[in-house]
Write a protein that binds this ligand. Structure first.
Ligand code: ADP
Length: 409
């Protein structure tokens, strides 16, 4: 008998044995016997032609039929089917052919099976990689959708809250006109309470609007000549009110670059400095120290705000610049503008980052870690481009008189 005839002679036995065995297993699909017949036919062709690539098509088809649960499991499903097939080929051959014939047949079939196992592993890996990439892109789309709806929610909520807040503010100022004068009057205390509440609410709503402007790339800057030391000078009295209450030392140094003219949006830059500095006050215990210093770099000025506060863990140093990136248990946060650890909604640093980046700068933090007892402190860096020329024609025209005055005669 020729080799091929021997292989064909064991075909019915092989089919019955393999079908029965695999039918007991879980991974059996419909038309399994038809599939096995096709496999065996291709196996014969592979042996006849000496080219195991005949089996590629069926292996590729089988890998395409992998189900989601097959792909989620890390074990190879195809290889799990091929391995018993190989074992049973061995058994059927040994049982039904003479030892010499069996050696012959196995010698021809084994290379085909090892080719199949190799190919199956490759197809399975490709299918799994494609599946995981698909899952990843779906997760990314979901995240983007969530982020968009968060931004939309912020924008809508902020605008919807603004109108009733304006009404409360309007009516309370009218009330102030009609209630009797005098600091001791109980009505004055009530009205002060309403005012401070509405002020706080307005800050939060303004912050929410700023976040939605930043997230939608709608933040527009009003470029004007600014001097960093002057902006810090404007903030000084406001900050000292809080550092006085908290018995903290505030050291605002004049550093190289801080006295130079640069173009920026003064209101927005004040907002950045206020957010970073008020955080330094809030997250530094009573009696601590806050130092503002910096240096001039080629084309940039770098301001640093160093505090002796509770510090920030390395893994949180990126998170705090994300929106709602407040740390710790929100239920434990004390409220209040300058109270120790008096956390807010977690928008301040996200806004600061948006403003600094809109100026073409960068903001980041350095800290040895979070420790409320040892207080390792934090250093916030604000890097801004030193831009001595107006950034656009409109600004140039607006400030032309200033530059003509300064130009040498
Ligand atoms: P919040 O309104 O909570 O202050 P921010 O965006 O300003 O929001 O800050 C985010 C979080 O970063 C804060 O909740 C706080 O945990 C942390 N953080 C900010 N500044 C400091 C600092 N100087 N020292 C320690 N932690 C800080």
């Amino acid at each position: 008998m020729q080799l091929l005839e021997r292989i064909q002679s064991i075909r019915p036995l092989w089919l019955t044995r393999v079908t029965q065995h695999l039918a007991r297993g879980a991974g059996v699909r419909e038309n399994f016997r038809d599939q096995l017949e096709r496999f065996y036919g291709l196996l014969e062709q592979a042996v006849e032609s000496g080219d195991p690539a005949w089996l590629d098509t069926i292996l590729a088809d089988w890998s395409l039929s992998l189900t989601q649960s097959d792909l989620e499991e890390s074990q190879g499903n195809l290889t799990q089917v091929l391995t018993p097939m190989l074992v049973m080929t061995h058994e059927v051959t040994r049982e039904n052919l003479s030892p010499d014939e069996a050696m012959d047949v196995l010698g021809a079939l084994l290379p085909c099976f090892s080719y199949c196992l190799e190919k199956a592993a490759e197809y399975e890996m490709n299918a799994r990689v494609a599946y995981i990439s698909h899952q990843l892109s779906q997760a990314q789309q979901t995240l983007e959708r969530l982020d968009r709806s968060k931004s939309d929610f912020i924008a809508v909520a902020a605008h919807e809250l603004k109108t009733p807040l304006t009404l409360v503010e309007g009516y309370s100022s009218m009330l102030r006109e009609v209630v009797p004068d005098g600091e001791d009057a109980p009505e004055t205390a009530f009205l002060d309470g309403i005012s401070s509440g509405t002020r706080r609410l307005r800050t939060i709503i303004d912050d929410m609007i700023d976040v939605s402007l930043i997230d939608n790339n709608l933040l527009s800057l009003n470029f004007q000549p600014v001097w960093i030391n002057r902006l810090l000078g404007v903030l000084r009295p406001e900050l000292e009110k809080h550092t006085y209450v908290r018995q903290q030392i505030l050291d605002l140094c004049e550093f190289p670059g801080s006295t130079e003219l640069t173009f920026g949006d003064p209101e927005r830059l004040l907002q950045v400095f206020r957010n970073v500095l008020m955080n330094a006050v809030k997250y530094t215990p009573d009696g601590g120290k806050i130092v503002v210093d910096g240096r001039k770099l080629p084309g940039f000025v770098e301001m640093t705000v160093t505090d002796t506060g509770i510090g920030i863990d390395t893994e949180d140093q990126q998170i705090i610049f994300e929106k709602f990136g407040r740390l710790g248990n929100s239920a434990l946060h004390s409220s209040g503008k300058s109270k120790f650890k008096g956390g807010g909604p977690g928008l301040g640093l996200h806004i600061a980052k948006g403003i600094v980046e809109a100026h073409g700068g960068a903001i980041w933090v350095e800290s040895a870690g979070y420790d409320e007892v040892k207080c390792p402190g934090s250093i916030f860096h604000v890097l801004l481009p030193l831009q001595a020329e107006p950034p656009d024609d409109k600004t140039a025209k607006l400030f032309a008189p200033l530059f003509q005055q300064r130009a040498p005669k």
